[in-house]
Design a binder for this molecule. Structure first.
Ligand code: BGP
Length: 470
């Protein structure tokens, strides 16, 4: 790392982020049980097979075989000068059904070895405790997070991993993109609605149970690991008013609040004032136990981890839906989009960093940002991905501007430094990586890893702590 004066702090965390289910494969190996990610043939936006259909292709079952190839892959990450690496622990490797009392030793051992390998290669593990990976049995037997019992099961899991990895893992996050309970509750919380239930009520009840679990997890984590930082994790791609029409501006604030609601609870320790009206208008009656609100108040998260991919625009009475990239919206004529239609907006990244820091005055950690494209080999047998270099350059520039604006930013982990299965669609061809993986949407390929042009570029960017972006 450079000795020169840099905009970003010397201890800035640079790395990449993946999730167990999108990379590991080995979906039943060493005692692992099924989790929800194993049951989505076309990603979390598609159908869900509560019972797997024999002969059907499920992309996460093999994924990129990170389970067996992580040493080779982490060597590539080390070559890019990463000093941290984010992944999740697959809950069902540790508790295959989720409701056992004793953890699965083979699962614990796998992550022991994985974290040791990261540390050996100079990377701090950054661990998501639950990344769209609720054990399937907890969904089919208990109704997932609508059931308060999940809090106890989750705490057994947290106890097992904190006891085992204390001293190895300092940076933790509880639930990946917990605010996606709104848009993709199946992924975010294992919630699949019945025809007749009040969806809003179920969503807020399940979220409340997760908030209690989040608070208990922070409490336990700090007791067992005084050094640890336990963040929450939110999808915070942003949304602009589509015009200066006051109704558009106000409705956009309302939409944003549906997201910030989650971090307001977990970081400020209270249900926000605007919750009451949302609940009244949607006939929501959240059942709480005595002491829940005190727990939530006392045990707030240490930092805000978040993903940022894009911005959209919103107009009065427009959609309040979204996908893995954030809220849906209208086309912004000022922005270009990725081949998957995600608008590219680096200025929006600076805007979001400022918005969040002013709102919470807590350290921020951008744990997901990246561009998914259909990369192909050129005639010279190489992958030239200038669009990826441009995307990352512009977002790093924006991040530096935000730091100059006064934002406290802990680090940046690029989403998908190696091609993995898309969470949203289950595709392999939606590639984010600096490293290409030979596998297609049908699961065909050698799994061979190849560096793209962006690989060497990133390496030098990190070596200069973000100064050399040429
Ligand atoms: C986030 C998820 C990731 C991820 C990323 C990109 O929502 O936390 O798991 O995959 O989005 O989305 P996609 O894979 O759908 O392109």
């Amino acid at each position: 790392m450079t000795n020169k004066q840099t905009v970003l702090p010397k201890n800035f965390l640079w790395g990449g982020a993946i999730a167990a289910n999108q990379a590991e494969g080995a979906y039943l190996e060493d005692g692992k049980g099924l989790d929800i990610s194993d049951a989505f043939p076309n990603g979390v936006r598609g159908a869900f097979d509560a019972e797997l259909i024999s002969g059907k292709y499920y992309p996460t079952h093999e994924a990129i075989d990170f389970y067996h190839r992580y040493r080779e892959d982490l060597a590539l990450m080390e070559e890019m000068n990463f000093n941290c690496f984010r992944t999740s622990i697959a809950w069902s490797r540790i508790f295959p059904n989720g409701d056992e009392t004793e953890p699965n030793e083979a699962g614990l051992k796998f992550y022991d070895d994985l974290f040791d390998e990261m540390i050996k290669r100079g990377m701090e593990p950054v661990v998501t405790i639950s990344h769209y990976e609720t054990p399937l049995h907890l969904v089919t037997e208990y109704g997932s997070w609508r059931n308060r019992k999940l809090v106890g099961f989750f705490m057994n899991y947290c106890t097992a991993i904190f006891e085992r990895y204390k001293g190895k893992v300092k940076y933790w996050m509880t639930f990946n993109e917990i605010n996606n309970m709104r848009n993709i509750p199946g992924a975010a919380g294992g919630i699949f609605y019945t025809e007749t239930e009040n969806k809003a009520n179920t969503m807020y009840q399940a979220s409340h149970n997760m908030f209690v679990a989040n608070a208990l997890c922070v409490k336990l984590g700090h007791e067992l690991m005084p050094e640890a930082l336990i963040g929450c994790m939110m999808s915070l791609s942003n949304v602009y008013p589509n015009s200066c029409r006051p109704e558009d501006v106000f409705d956009t604030m309302q939409l944003r609040r549906r997201s910030l609601f989650f971090s307001d609870v977990m970081l400020r320790g209270e249900y926000p004032a605007y919750a009451k009206r949302i609940w009244e208008e949607n006939d929501v009656h959240v059942i709480m136990e005595d002491g829940d609100l005190d727990l939530i108040k006392t045990y707030t998260n240490d930092y805000l981890g978040f993903s940022y991919y894009r911005t959209n625009t919103h107009q009065y009475l427009g959609s309040f839906d979204g996908d893995t990239g954030g809220d849906d919206g209208l086309v912004n004529p000022y922005l270009e989009s990725t081949p998957w239609g995600w608008p590219i907006d680096a200025v929006g990244f600076r805007y979001t960093l400022n918005e969040l820091y002013v709102h919470y005055e807590l350290p921020l950690f951008c744990v997901e940002n990246g561009i998914g494209t259909n990369d192909e080999f050129s005639a010279d047998d190489k992958i030239h991905d200038p669009y990826r270099i441009n995307y990352v350059r512009d977002h790093i520039d924006a991040m530096k501007e935000a730091v100059k604006d006064g934002v406290e930013l802990m680090g940046y982990t690029y989403w998908g430094p190696i091609d993995i299965v898309s969470a949203g669609t289950g595709e392999m061809k939606k590639r984010y990586g600096f490293v290409y993986v030979d596998k297609d949407n049908l699961g065909v390929g050698t799994l061979k890893r190849t560096k793209k042009d962006s690989f060497d570029w990133v390496k030098k960017v990190i070596a200069s702590n973000g100064e050399d972006l040429a």
